[in-house]
Design a protein around this ligand. Structure first.
Ligand code: ADP
Length: 363
């Protein structure tokens, strides 16, 4: 199986330049998006290669197992498939596994790398029968590229305009049947015509502690790191339900164990390392805590709109919505209401505030 990558996953990491105290958590430690060194060698070596090796996401695996068997039985390519969910949950990994299981090539790209029409046409004309083209952040495609994809996905046809102005002509090229796998962190931003062209639409969920513990244990074995089961649990509990973060925390804890302990990652060693790195017991980082604090202190717990939270924290609204908010919702720390976001009682308790609606509220 050939893997080609035409982009670096680097969006969503920049803080706006509104003055804020500097974060005590190492800036990228709990970010679910990739850091530059992970995009290349580090992460590739850790990716599970088969469906059986892919931990968790039981429902998703069940659906894909059937889709693979059916496509293979008919000798057809897989249906176009859309994965959605927060970053770091295994969307790219699953696309690569699908290619391996189908015995086809997988090309990897992302919408921001498909700026000009020739970027997408160049990829499409080089596909062989059954190949998979993985497009990350697919909700960010520009209109022209998206329209080229409509005919390509529906009829395996590429409509290319040659020349300009009055002498412009449209040529149709037929393409071998292939599969697009799209990934998005923001399903709501996808246009309806694009969404409708996917035969399978699947959500990836946050992983529970047990699954994350299995992922940490597996990665530790691949890295030759010595870890006890309670050590793996301690890391899993602070990994925000996200394999990418679990693997990253493991690397940092391994360094700590090597330098400050006897090399073995036990629960006390993991806890001490994560405390030193300012990783909160719920896995919240500085920005999560800032968002909650701002909602409580400046907006009396809400309801407050996303833009207002973004302006008050100096964080990008899209990053809050796609990267931070899903985990805060999952942990029951905030709620989304038609009138805006509200801080939940658990957020008051976690940050040590008295809950204005709770029994201990001051008069
Ligand atoms: P996404 O595309 O959703 O941002 P990736 O597929 O790049 O996420 O996964 C990030 C990392 O997490 C990968 O390097 C992989 O090692 C690990 N990972 C993701 N899902 C799983 C899983 N189900 N089992 C084991 N490791 C996983």
């Amino acid at each position: 199986m050939a893997i080609q990558s035409t982009y670096g996953k680097d969006w969503g990491k920049k803080r706006s330049d509104v003055a804020q105290p500097s974060p005590p958590t190492a800036p990228d430690l709990l970010q679910a998006t990739t850091t530059p060194d992970e995009t290349s060698q580090n992460e590739e070596g850790l990716r599970p290669q088969t469906l059986a090796d892919y931990i968790g996401q039981k429902d998703l695996k069940g659906v894909l197992d059937i889709a693979i068997a059916a496509a293979q039985g008919r000798q057809d390519p897989l249906d176009h498939t859309l994965f959605y969910g927060p970053p770091g949950l295994g969307k790219t990994t699953m696309a690569l596994i699908l290619a391996a299981e189908m015995g086809v090539n997988c090309k990897i790209t992302a919408a921001p790398a498909l700026e000009r029409p020739r970027d997408i046409t160049g990829l499409l004309v080089n596909l062989q029968k059954g190949d998979i083209l993985f497009i990350d952040e697919i909700h960010r495609l520009n209109r022209i590229t998206e329209e080229l994809l409509y005919a390509a996905m529906e009829d395996f046809r590429l409509d290319i305009t040659i020349g300009k102005g009055q002498s412009a002509r449209t040529r149709s090229l037929s393409l071998p049947p292939f599969t697009i796998i799209g990934a998005t962190t923001n399903m709501g931003a996808l246009t309806a015509p694009l969404r409708d062209r996917f035969g399978l639409i699947q959500r990836l969920r946050f992983y529970d502690y047990e699954e994350l513990t299995a992922i940490v244990t597996r990665t530790a074995a691949l890295l030759n790191a010595d870890i006890t089961p309670p050590g793996a649990i301690a890391i899993a509990q602070r990994a925000r339900g996200t394999p990418r973060i679990a693997n990253r925390l493991l690397r940092r804890v391994r360094d700590y164990a090597q330098v400050k302990a006897l090399g073995t990652i036990t629960a006390p060693v993991a806890t001490a390392a994560l405390e030193l790195l300012n990783v909160d017991p719920l896995g919240l980082d500085w920005t999560d805590r800032l968002v909650l604090k701002t909602m409580i202190e400046q907006f009396q717990g809400g309801p407050v709109g996303l833009e207002a939270i973004a302006a008050a924290t100096g964080e990008d609204a899209r990053t809050i919505e796609e990267v931070y908010e899903p985990y805060l919702l999952q942990m029951g720390l905030i709620n989304r209401t038609p009138r805006g976001r509200t801080a939940a009682a658990a957020a008051y308790a976690h940050l040590g505030y008295s809950d204005p609606t709770g029994p201990t509220a001051l008069p």
